[in-house]
Ligand binder design. Structure first.
Ligand SMILES: C[S@@+](CC[C@H](N)C(=O)[O-])C[C@H]1O[C@@H](n2cnc3c(N)ncnc32)[C@H](O)[C@@H]1O
Length: 266
């Protein structure tokens, strides 16, 4: 059965939106630089490739590049966008929850950028992580971003919407009201008590169900299959190195880089 998020991502206007995106986010640029000496030896899988924003940056560097998405319309858009590229790249319709079209230990580097992992429910998220581990080579790397539950506490409080500029305050309060309305009965105390939550945020007009998680919970969730976990601010590209940095971070999403554990979990 096709889920509502998957249906939304197949809509023409949403596909058009992702197809015109071009720039890497600062954290993605940091990660691209981090592996600069290794790309030429890496077989890369780009999950949730959307309209191919990241393809333009990573495919020319990688030894081989495969982009997948569960929305067939996104893959058709990528095939059109890169039809004339003379690079070792390919695209396929594939869901992260079931990547049986790929053998175990196929990829050296797997990317799931711009929070693509957040559009399935909790059980399916864990299933996706297991599949990612399966198709990743031991010692290879997984990089993804995910929404930060800590950003919801200020987002749910009206007084954090106030600005010196009255028009900004008005717009913020309208968006705050919509956020509270579409996410009833979620409250600030409930967010404070939660380790993760699925909410409708303002992206694509409150129509997507989006998974938010605390950074420390995300680290624990990764620990079964991955080690050497590093976390980066999406907006500055800087690594968050201390417990206190992580605990107090209220950015909307964060980037994670981790290594596939050797042995065991296939
Ligand atoms: C926020 S968009 C990001 C698109 C692109 N990576 C970018 O950064 O511009 C998320 C993408 O992930 C895809 N996606 C979400 N869940 C997926 C899943 N379980 N398997 C494959 N693709 C998925 C969606 O169809 C969508 O194209």
């Amino acid at each position: 059965m096709i889920d509502p998020n998957q249906q939304l991502y197949a809509q023409r206007r949403i596909v058009q939106y992702y197809t015109q995106l071009q720039q890497l986010q600062p954290a993605e640029q940091t990660i691209l630089n981090l592996f600069r000496d290794r790309w030429a030896r890496m077989k890369m899988l780009d999950i949730g490739v959307g309209g191919g924003r990241t393809t333009a940056h990573f495919a020319p560097l990688a030894q081989e590049y495969v982009g997948i998405d569960y929305a067939a319309a996104m893959i058709a858009a990528c095939q059109q966008r890169f039809a004339t590229a003379s690079l070792p790249l390919s695209f396929a319709v594939c869901d992260a929850r079931d990547m049986s079209q790929f053998a175990d230990a196929t990829f050296d580097f797997i990317l799931f950028s711009f929070n693509g992992l957040d559009y399935v429910n909790h059980r399916d998220r864990l299933q996706s992580l297991q599949e990612i581990r399966r198709v990743g080579k031991p010692g290879g790397y997984f990089c993804f971003s995910s929404h930060n539950l800590q950003s919801l506490e200020p987002a749910f409080q009206w007084h954090t919407q106030l600005r010196w500029n009255p028009i900004s305050t008005y717009v913020n309060l309208v968006m705050w009201g919509l956020l509270r309305l579409v996410n009833q009965p979620l409250t600030v105390p409930k967010i404070q008590a939660a380790t993760h939550a699925i909410i409708k945020d303002e992206s694509h007009n409150f129509r997507l169900q989006t998974y938010y998680i605390r950074p420390q919970t995300q680290i624990a969730q990764l620990a079964a299959h991955f080690d050497h976990i590093r976390i980066y601010s999406w907006s500055t590209g800087l690594e968050l190195t201390s417990e206190s940095d992580l605990h107090h971070n209220t950015e909307s999403w964060l980037y994670y880089v981790c290594r596939f554990k050797s042995g065991g979990s296939h």
